[in-house]
Write a protein that binds this ligand. Sequence first.
Ligand SMILES: [Zn+2]
Length: 160
Amino acid sequence: MVLKLTQQQQQQMYRHAQNTYPEECCGILFGRFQSNGETAIVEVWETENAWEAESKRFEAVSPEANDQGLSKRNRFTIEPATLLQAQKYARRENLEIVGIYHSHPDHLARPSEFDRAIAWDSYSYLIISVQQGTVVDCRSWVLDDQQHFQEETLVTEGCH
Ligand SMILES: [Zn+2]
């Protein structure tokens, strides 16, 4: 799998990740699945990390969630209303939602067990590692048939 993006898109995500540090940022990747098997990102939406609101709902079913120190520092959620808006936008612009990006403050750019649990098939999960407020790594992951994440190749236009 190959995920292609422009330097501008990359910078937009890096800025977002650094600005929200030490909390996780998140956003939606719009693009096109190409016939050669590659995915090209066309547009990046920065979204609000809605974890706090969502966690209140989780708390009801799983009260231990709060005891484990879960917060926007290690969790992210995109609001269902925002996702719906994104789906409508994609249809109108003749694009697809090809993935989700989020940051890992002071952690590696590898998916957590939580990331795997909420991941959808065919989406690219781009993870940006931010150490001490600075982006140090960026990797993209897709689920395989066994529901395990495999790293895919990230190609940034204009730099090799
Ligand atoms: Zn994560």
